[in-house]
Design a protein around this ligand. Structure first.
Ligand code: PRT
Ligand code: ZN
Length: 283
């Protein structure tokens, strides 16, 4: 059995459970208990506070864990490997009162910065040659300037609305973070084996999310040009249509270039473009 730690409740809980579900792994129990087995995969799921996950993975209480990179790096544990999961995206940023005249990072010199991420912040300030005082607090960091506890803050931001409602503006990004898979350094061969099966599934889910399947009708005289903008897995599939002079073209397109490709296809006379989500993609 491979033991995985996930957040008991909070921002990463749903996405972690969904990822397992998309990998075809269903749990026996929910997070009301400390742990849950899985019906159809040799996995045991432990529910912990996110802050504890790096330590537990280092100590082998869990073999792997899903945790924000921000937490993992702040705790700086001795953990073998991390694997980015594509959810829980946020930034650890420095924010200042919105009416402060902020021009460069040197403006932070001599100020007091409230944060729950003192280690990451300290490294950042050192690297940028800034001499500021770090005031560590664990929650409600955004209210610190308003109550005179600090001049500025360093906290996680996603939409930015918390900063806005507290009269703060983001001025420096310390770290861009997302949920990652943390892996214990000394897994047995048997556990490594289960992990590689899990990673194959996670990869298939992630790759599928980054790609779309598209089906379109193309005039035969443009087939060469259309095929050239559609790489596909090997090359696009082309099937003649009943209507003379037209073919059906099918291909896989990466999300990063999706709209660019669609625009080119339209210019080349493609019609009836269907875009279909892919559930799994094993390359
Ligand atoms: O109970 P436990 O200790 O397990 O949970 P927690 O309260 O410490 O963590 P939780 O659930 O809030 O966050 C878990 C992880 O989600 C974090 O470590 C990040 O990796 C990730 N994440 C992604 C975020 C955010 N986005 C986020 N916006 N974590 C926190 N926030 C908070 C932020 O601190 C601020 O208060 O949301 C507020 C800002 O959000 P916006 O949208 O207003 O900018
Ligand atoms: Zn926490």
């Amino acid at each position: 059995m491979l033991k995985i730690a996930i957040q008991k409740s909070g921002r990463l809980y749903e996405d972690s459970i969904n990822l397992l579900k998309e990998c075809g792994i269903e749990l026996n129990n929910g997070n009301k208990q400390l742990k849950s087995g899985a019906y159809n995969f040799p996995l045991e799921v432990y529910f912990f506070r996110d802050d504890d996950i790096p330590q537990y993975v280092q100590d082998g209480v869990a073999d792997i864990g899903i945790v924000g990179e921000n937490v993992l790096l702040e705790k700086a544990k001795d953990i073998e490997q991390v694997y980015r999961l594509g959810f829980g995206r946020c930034r650890l940023s420095i924010a200042v009162p919105k009416n402060m005249q902020y021009q460069t990072i040197a403006d932070l010199n001599g100020l007091k910065i409230a944060t729950a991420y003192s280690s990451l912040l300290q490294n950042f300030l050192l690297e940028k040659n800034v001499d500021a005082e770090i005031h560590e607090i664990s929650g409600s960091v955004e209210i610190a300037p308003g109550i005179g506890l600090a001049d500025v803050i360093c906290d996680l931001v996603s939409s930015g609305s918390t900063l806005f409602t507290n009269g703060l503006k983001e001025v420096e990004v310390v770290l861009r973070s997302e949920a990652v898979l943390a892996i214990n350094k000394s897994l047995s061969e048997e556990k490594k084996n289960i992990l590689s099966k899990l990673l194959l599934r996670i990869n298939a889910v992630k790759t599928a999310k980054n790609n779309k399947y598209i089906i379109l009708n193309a005039p035969n005289d443009q087939l060469k040009n259309i095929a050239a903008v559609l790489p596909g897995m090997k090359s696009p599939t082309i099937v003649p249509l009943a209507e003379a002079g037209w073919s059906s073209v099918q291909s896989v397109v990466n999300e990063n270039v999706f709209w660019e490709v669609i625009e080119k296809l339209k210019e080349l006379g493609a019609q009836g473009i269907l875009v279909v989500p892919i559930e799994k993609m094993i390359v």
